[in-house]
Design a protein around this ligand. Sequence first.
Ligand SMILES: [Zn+2]
Length: 488
Amino acid sequence: MNYEQTIRLMLERGFILPSSEIYPDALAGFWDYGPLGVALKNRYIEVWRRYLVRRDGMIEIDGCQIMPRSVFVASGHLEGFEDPVVSCTKCNLTLRADRLIQEKTGKIVPERLPNEELDALIASNNIVCPSCGAKLGSVRRFNMMFKVSVGPSGDEAYLRPETCQSIFVDFPRLFKVMRCKLPVAFAQYGKSFRNEISPRQSLMRLREFYQAEIEVFFNPEKANEFEKFEEVKSEVLRLVMKGEEVEELTAAEAFEKGYIPNKLIAYYLAILQQFYRYVGLNIKRTRFRKLSEDEKAFYATSAFDFEVETSLGWVELVACNHRGDYDLSGHAKVSKKNMMVLDGDKDVLPNVFELSMGVDRSIYAIIEHSLTVEGERTVMRLKPYLAPIQVGIFPLVTKDGLPEVAKQIYSKLRLSFDAFYDESGSIGRRYRRMDEIGTPICITVDYQTLQDNTVTIRDRDTMAQERVKISELEQILHQRIYSYPLNS
Ligand SMILES: [Zn+2]
């Protein structure tokens, strides 16, 4: 299914909805999650906790979204978190300058080109306002942070543009009280805010969005003394070092060839890819793309984007940045606090490797990769442990006591599972409504139920049906729904 069809299904079935849509001044770039979206997102985060946070022994925090000015002086966002924009001299339409030039010329334009060079490109390609055709003004920089004022004195503060700043400022205290040793990873799932110039494509570019970020603190001299690397060294990574060509090689080979700078980074790229396999992305449609000097974020010393192929083209899901000691030295300088920690008998300023995950985009990509149309059946082949509705419960007909029995089963199962009771329409239609939102199991109460206390269980993927005892339902559902990988 393409982007439009996927989003239509998500809107019609209550995964997402435009925020404040009843008002004409509703803002672009803000979307709410409906009930199915919330459930899917929560389960996605559970898989993130399971295979990244808990598996690796990470420290999870939940930081504040509003942070004082000093944080962003130290982080460089006040100065560096800017996009080039250009406005029409007549109608005042304002656009991202690099994207506009890219669209008009078909050539890649790095956003970090100086304003003058962007001006020159606009002039030499005769680019005018796409809306009214008038002349464009000069390129200027627009800071993408949302400024807020705190308290009656109006203290200057900002909504965080990335969750990781909380991790950096909390690092010294938590390292001590949690008795950490290097290397150690901190994780956080939460909201970030960016005043995007042109938000678009719903979940793909939002102004208020969810990130799940992991910051690995390590001693740069010991990045290759990393035993956990052995666990993943044969994981085959799909790397794009230049251009478009994907090279498949194991984590060990990628490290030996110098494609990945150290074993620690190779390990985290490998477990990230495993995570995305577990949430159901087709890994053959993903890649780690090494970023060129022009493309990297202002704080990164080397960077890969983990990208997924969708009907919109290749989309970045996770920025994998080697941030060096940029953040801790920045905060040490501005706060005048010591950010060094003891490693063995030496004080070191840790380096940071980051996995910065866009949650909303990931959810979109999982849904798009899971949706298939098979004849008149649309099926969302979600992993059972991700399904928002885990079990549908139906009486075959609405008479002869069948609804009463089905409702009894429903009230018991809904304490343990996200269950849905449905008695309207033909049984075939009820199955299809569940297929469309990824419900892995449907239970049907029929006339035989009244005689022997059995029901049928119908499997979403094979459509096979089997009879089981009502008394065994709970156990069977547990086994099939929570069928996590690596479970013994
Ligand atoms: Zn114009």
